[in-house]
Design a protein around this ligand. Structure first.
Ligand code: URA
Length: 429
């Protein structure tokens, strides 16, 4: 009989052992109740970072985190549910055009999202830049919005009862250098998505300098772990691996990204955003069992109609002017040539320093702050041409943003013209 107490669980994992189901259930349950101390859970998380978890351990860890709270159920809705989760990147505003687009195709999209921390922005922060828009929606209202054929999508904050073990654990991992573990990331994301009650899920697993996963091999491993966790729990799950070496689209920052998303919904917008939105929408619609072409629903304005209804249903005014930062500063090309690199991490850190992101949970964000990109990798540029416009309410932030950008931009010779691909791979079971 294996001992069940915090120290023996920590030492078992520290020494490379495999935890039993009973040990996993016990430690997650007691941690949620505050009976396993934060320093003990942090030590266990660090042991997992080093020693990993088997597929069985990861599945049990995920199930225990789901069981720490309540599981939502949308099986009685008149439309099939399908959601998308991105592992996070710079300029990743895809949820904004995607949720109403998939709703316009006939699915219900229940998306519980988070606020940003560090260099990647949070979907709720972006939407909160729309005057009046509120992230808090009751479960009853969520159900009404999902069932309404004119809305069909809701993007809102997760309630306190959704995988509370993960909330506590993620806050600890964030400050103890224990985020970067494939089993911990996979179980953290999938516990929330499975508890959310969606019947199908498309994962956008980011790969590159601005992502958790820097290599394609690691991203494949994470995607495979999440697809297995989802499928084994009865959630039809597919993952796309997509590039995050350079920011998505031409804006990074809350209100700037909302404006760009509205351009996409109006039939314009940057090619990479449109390509990824359509690719994810096709996967979602197929998983939902619907025979509809999302490209048509984007082109004929149905997705825009759903966006407007969705924003209004959460108190927002889709026609209101978005907040703008009080100050701007322009970064220019220092030579003629081709922009060969615009590093996602550098741009993300710069946008964060400008005020678009927060350093600590609960800090306010500046809705108008961020970066507009006038050129993307593969574009020809001439000396003196504006490459970026920095936006901030706090002009003293420009120096810190500029210093994050100095090593993030490379201009090469004209024969180096290549626009990097967005879609890298697809993982399904
Ligand atoms: N996002 C999550 O929700 N959890 C992680 O561990 C990493 C990213």
């Amino acid at each position: 009989m294996t001992a069940v107490d915090a120290v023996s669980i920590i030492t078992a994992k520290r020494d490379g052992g495999e935890l039993s189901d009973a040990q996993i259930d016990w430690v997650i349950d007691r941690f949620t109740k505050g009976e396993v101390a934060d320093e003990q859970m942090s030590a266990l998380a660090m042991a997992i970072v080093w020693r990993g978890m088997t597929r069985r351990e990861t599945a049990r860890w995920t199930a225990a985190m789901i069981a720490s709270g309540s599981r939502m159920d949308f099986t009685d809705l008149p439309r099939p549910t399908v959601d998308k989760h991105s592992t996070g990147g710079v300029g990743d505003k895809i949820t904004l055009p995607l949720a109403p687009l998939v709703a316009a195709c006939g699915a219900a999209v229940p998306q519980l999202s988070g606020r940003g921390l560090g260099h990647t922005g949070g979907t709720l922060d972006k939407l909160e830049s729309i005057p009046g828009w509120r992230a808090d929606v009751s479960v009853e209202r969520m159900r009404e919005m999902l069932a309404d054929p004119e809305i069909g999508a809701v993007v809102c904050a997760a309630g306190a009862d959704l995988a509370p073990a993960d909330k506590r654990l993620y806050a600890l991992r964030d400050v103890t250098g224990t985020v970067e573990s494939i089993p911990l990331i996979a179980s953290s994301i999938m516990s929330k998505k499975i508890a959310e009650g969606t019947a199908a899920l498309v994962l956008d697993v980011k790969v590159g300098t601005g992502a958790f996963m820097k290599s394609l091999a690691d991203a494949r491993e994470l995607a495979t772990a999440m697809v297995e966790l989802g499928t084994d729990s009865g959630v039809r799950t597919v993952a796309l691996l997509t590039s995050m070496d350079t920011p998505l689209g031409r804006t990074a920052g809350n209100a700037l990204e909302v404006a760009e998303s509205v351009e996409v919904l109006a039939g314009g917008g940057p090619a990479d955003i449109v390509e990824l939105t359509i690719a994810l929408a096709r996967e979602m619609v197929a998983l939902a069992g619907l025979d509809v072409d999302p490209a048509a629903a984007l082109a004929d304005g149905r997705a825009m109609d759903h966006w407007r209804a969705m924003v209004k249903a959460q108190g927002g005014d889709p026609d209101a002017a978005l907040p703008r930062a009080r100050h701007t500063e322009v970064v220019r090309a220092d030579r003629d040539g081709v922009l060969t690199r615009l590093d996602a991490m550098g741009v993300g850190i710069a946008a964060w320093r400008l005020g678009a992101g927060r350093a600590r949970q609960g800090d306010p964000v500046q809705f108008g702050a961020g970066i507009e990109m006038h050129a993307k990798p593969g574009d020809s540029v001439t000396a003196g041409q504006p490459l970026l416009t920095l936006h901030s309410d706090t002009p003293e932030a420009f120096a810190g943003a500029q210093s994050a950008l100095t090593a993030a931009i490379d201009i090469g010779d004209l024969d180096q013209k290549t626009a990097p691909p967005v879609l890298l791979d697809r993982i399904a079971r």
